[in-house]
Design a protein around this ligand. Structure first.
Ligand code: PGA
Length: 245
């Protein structure tokens, strides 16, 4: 169950969030919980999460370890600050910051090299969805991104299916639509990495996940978790989503 805070929450807002969020998690969690705050709030999140089973992730990284790359942060830097996960290829990164599938692959490889677990995001635009091209897009994104990983690298990777038309729009994919897309991705995994990898990989859904639609999504066997934007910003609402796991 992963939270993508996007460009929300300062370090002090992050501390306040954890003070509220941690007591809401009852007992040992049966699932992994990952919160991805903005880079500047990441160290505050790491210390506020210490002693809990909440892991912290970056929202993005660059594939070089260090160098003259103004404004960028490496996987090694994220890891040094206590992150253990990182989102790669979020649709906002692809659309607003011109990331393509080959960048996504390089970032995922560099993340693994830096001891981070990448969550590779993929998903189709509204026009592609309407034109019935969603599966073609997923297959293409898989072939030119994820498929370039080795089997060993893939074992450390999760995939997030995030249809762009569902992100921040309030228009969630129905459990059926999401589940079918997950099956397409899982069958690509099976073709490239084998049936054990297809059974083991976690494919999570993102796009307007809320406390009132989480149960239907999690009831689908092919949906292994969720990546939550807007509804993760409120600790009560994200705790409800986590409990649904
Ligand atoms: P949303 O965002 O939950 O606000 O739709 C999801 C995401 O972009 O990861």
């Amino acid at each position: 169950m992963a939270a993508n805070w996007k460009m929300y929450k300062t370090a002090s807002q992050t501390v306040a969030y954890f003070e509220r969020f941690r007591p809401l998690l009852q007992g040992p969690s049966p699932c992994d919980i990952v919160i991805c705050p903005p880079m500047l709030s990441l160290p505050a999140a790491v210390s506020a999460a210490s002693g809990s089973n909440i892991a912290i992730g970056g929202q993005n990284m660059y594939w070089e370890k260090e160098g003259a790359y103004t404004g960028e942060i490496s996987g090694e830097m994220l890891y040094a600050e206590g992150a253990s996960w990182v989102l790669v290829g979020h649709s906002e990164r692809r659309r607003l910051f011109c990331e393509n599938d080959s960048d996504v692959l390089k970032k995922a490889q560099a993340a693994i090299e830096a001891n981070l677990s990448p969550i590779i995001c993929m998903g189709e635009r509204l026009d592609e969805h309407k034109a019935g091209k969603a599966y073609d897009v997923l297959i293409r994104q898989f072939a030119s991104g994820v498929a370039g990983l080795t089997e060993e690298q893939f074992a450390k990777t999760s995939i997030a299916y995030e249809p762009i038309w569902a992100i921040g729009t309030g228009q969630t994919a129905t459990p059926d639509i999401a589940s079918e897309a997950h099956q397409i991705i899982r069958s690509e995994v099976e073709k490239r990495f084998g049936s054990d990898a297809a059974a083991a990989v976690r494919i999570i859904y993102g796009g307007s996940v809320k406390p009132d639609n989480i149960a239907g999504l999690m009831a689908e066997p092919d949906i292994d978790g969720v990546l939550v934007g807007g509804a993760s910003l409120d600790p009560v609402s994200f705790a409800k989503i986590v409990q649904a796991a």
